[in-house]
Design a protein around this ligand. Sequence first.
Ligand SMILES: NC(=O)c1ccc[n+]([C@@H]2O[C@H](COP(=O)([O-])OP(=O)(O)OC[C@H]3O[C@@H](n4cnc5c(N)ncnc54)[C@H](O)[C@@H]3O)[C@@H](O)[C@H]2O)c1
Length: 383
Amino acid sequence: MATINVGIIMNGVTGRMGTNQHLIRSIAAIRKQGGVALPNGDVIMPDPILVGRQESKLKALAEANGIGRWSTNLDEALADAHNQIYFDSQTTVLRAAGVRKAIAAGKHIYCEKPTAGSLAESLELAKLARDKGIKNGVVQDKLFLPGLIKLKRLVDSGFFGRILAVRMEFGYWVFEGDWQPGQRPSWNYRKEDGGGIIVDMFAHWRYVLDNLFGDVKSVSCLGVTHIPQRVDEQGNTYDCTADDAAYATFEIEGGIIAQVNSSWAVRVNRDDLVTIHVDGTEGSAVAGLRDCKTQHRVNTPKPVWNPDIPNPFNFLEQWENVPDNQVFDNGFKIQWELFLKHVVIDTPFPWDLLEGAKGTQLSELGLQSWKERRWVDVPELTL
Ligand SMILES: NC(=O)c1ccc[n+]([C@@H]2O[C@H](COP(=O)([O-])OP(=O)(O)OC[C@H]3O[C@@H](n4cnc5c(N)ncnc54)[C@H](O)[C@@H]3O)[C@@H](O)[C@H]2O)c1
């Protein structure tokens, strides 16, 4: 029973996602649980080196998480053969340069979405990775949410019959930063810094729709900047140059229609921050982050439109919860464990840079649809 130490360069680890999801909830948690067990009894132990710009921040973060290695010198970390994986959760505009460098150094790549700021760049990274023969993966965390796992269970069981339509509501109020600090980084609201909800969220919606319901075939999208000015982390007012809401419709193979509203300027009056409502001929379901509820054909009440009497139905009580039936771990951690196994024992890992590029493609086509005020088809992506 051997311990296989895998050196991982973690770049952008001081950020919101890097610190919370990738370091604390994933890599540090995997180390704490004793690594990733392999079928032959061996164990993969991730050995991260935290890379960033500010030494004091890196040192504090490393110490708080029991990690002995940090550096402000990416080139040095890349030159060290012990480091087999390069992970990137920097802001989106910085990703391609980091990933390109790491591929050239022969590292396996794992990174946040979107993989780059444009489809051309996302595809270029996927090609470079393929040509270099390195393993690569992109975060597709929503697939590992308990609510979506339950929804996928329903799809796979045939519960819905023929799926007709999907309604997704995503969003919450992101504070403007004046009288209460904003809960998202200010670059999210500046196009020139890689911001915008279409770039951010369509990268998720692509793999969610593709994996749950079928390939996305076309998109119609209306973007908008509802809040024109916000206040940044330093207290300075800035102009919001990126979209903060998108009202989109997607056509999915098999004739399924998906309506997807994404907004950072909406107050939540629904079960969760994202809800996915699916209607099928045999039944319907609504999934949130953790829960999923269903209404089967045989349990469907028959409302009659009559505003002259008080509503006799409590519609929200007419649904039944899908049971957990399994233990759910953090989605980012599950995907990290799968990627580590992919690197060490070559188990399958379908969420690669080409899949990531599909997300960038949908964002780009969504932006095009908005600009040209028309439906845009989604061509198949190949390398
Ligand atoms: N999977 C998800 O659900 C999810 C959610 C939010 C964000 N993200 C993605 O993760 C990435 C990071 O987002 P975040 O919200 O953590 O952002 P953040 O601003 O909190 O963190 C960005 C990181 O990049 C570093 N950075 C910023 N400017 C830099 C520069 N000029 N040079 C070098 N490093 C720099 C920061 O130090 C920090 O470590 C983005 O690409 C975003 O799209 C993914």
